[in-house]
Design a protein around this ligand. Structure first.
Ligand SMILES: Nc1ncnc2c1ncn2[C@@H]1O[C@H](COP(=O)(O)OP(=O)(O)OP(=O)(O)O)[C@@H](O)[C@H]1O
Ligand SMILES: [Mg+2]
Length: 335
């Protein structure tokens, strides 16, 4: 399989590394179809976009017509055999880029799929990355229902269909989960072996691998952030405190709970934890709450360990990365 190229730093390209199990899962879906849309969630920067891009290329190689949508990055592609559908899609992309009505494009994929299948039974893949942010969280569930209908009640028959959706928006999981219209699957940061390969690909002076691992917990984005900021943990943590708005009022309001949670995230699982706090930590993409059973069956790629106090992973609640936890710890100290 052709591996995609990813720019991991200005002027530094690497091939997509690892995620072997995830790619084997794609091969399995390609064989059998996804019975529901697969909605992938996980820590910010864990590699969802990279995975979906690699999956698109793989599915194309396996003979699929592939629609790929990533509105936030303004990347849209129709790797399809039918030239008419391709030009229809490109026209729509052009129009959408003018007036930024991403929802229209996301919906157009349903018609285009039908158009392709009208002529001949085919294998179809729809890959949508972070569409919910573009079309609005309130429409996320309806969109997923539309995808499910394409699978369950196609107007024209298909040979196989694979529908993959990723979201980095913490709240979309519960919004979609309520309806049972999708197979919601978590993806975690990279496991140590794969992360080593990414670490090796970074040029120049580097901290020891073990340090990089303990700070990032295998999160590729955080590794690249550290690299960008000359490996200054301090700078990355400060940026997190600012971007996540860990303000003195936020800290003051939840101080006791947060102090417990930086020691052990599982403290947030206790039944008396205010829902509002969990919602805010989820919205800020600081934690993943209500982690799935670690049976690999439920996960994209390899599940995280059951518990890893050093990385801030508890059985039911985990910090997205140790740096996220460190930002809260620092904010607690400084507020
Ligand atoms: N398997 C991989 N091989 C090489 N580089 C990777 C891999 N996975 C992720 N990266 C790199 O790490 C960075 C973060 O990954 P990516 O953008 O895919 O994460 P994400 O989960 O989509 O993040 P977000 O939550 O912000 O959408 C990117 O620069 C990406 O190219
Ligand atoms: Mg992404």
């Amino acid at each position: 399989m052709k591996k995609i190229k990813l720019e991991i730093a200005p002027g530094v390209e690497t091939e997509f590394v690892d995620r072997d199990r995830a790619l084997a899962q794609v091969a399995e879906w390609a064989e059998k179809s996804t019975r529901w849309p697969v909605v992938i969630f996980g820590p910010e920067g864990c590699g969802k976009t990279a995975f979906l891009r690699q999956a698109s290329v793989m599915l194309r190689e396996l003979g699929y017509d592939v629609f790929y949508l990533h509105p936030l990055d303004r990347v849209f592609a129709a790797e399809v055999d039918d030239p008419d559908v391709k030009s229809l899609f490109l026209d729509l992309v052009r129009k959408t880029l003018e007036d930024e009505r991403w929802g229209r494009l996301a919906l157009a994929v349903f018609d285009l799929t039908r158009e392709i299948l009208k002529k001949r039974r085919r294998k179809i893949a729809i890959i949508a990355d972070d569409v919910f942010q573009a079309i609005g969280l309130d429409k996320a569930a309806a969109y997923v229902k539309g995808l499910l209908n394409t699978i369950e009640h196609p107007v024209y028959r298909y040979e196989n269909i694979v529908v993959l959706v990723a979201t980095s928006e913490g709240m979309s999981r519960s919004e979609i989960g309520r309806h049972r219209w999708a197979d919601i699957m978590p993806m975690w940061n990279m496991a140590k072996d794969g992360f080593t390969q990414l670490y090796e690909a970074i040029p120049g002076v580097k901290p020891l691998f073990e340090k990089a691992w303990r700070w990032t917990g295998g999160n590729p984005h955080m590794l690249l952030e550290l690299h960008k900021r000359s490996w200054s943990v301090d700078a990355v943590v400060k940026a997190l405190i600012r971007d996540k708005e860990l303000t003195s009022s936020f800290i003051a309001k939840w101080r006791r709970r947060l102090e417990e949670a930086v020691e052990d995230p599982e403290a947030l699982w206790s039944p008396d934890t205010p829902e509002e706090l969990i919602k805010q930590l989820t919205e800020k993409n600081l934690i993943v709450y209500n982690m799935y059973d670690r049976d690999p069956y439920f996960w994209i790629d390899q599940p995280p360990p059951e518990r890893d106090p050093e990385l801030g992973i508890g059985r039911n609640v985990a910090w997205q990365t140790p740096l996220h936890r460190e930002a809260v710890r620092r904010a607690l100290r400084e507020a």
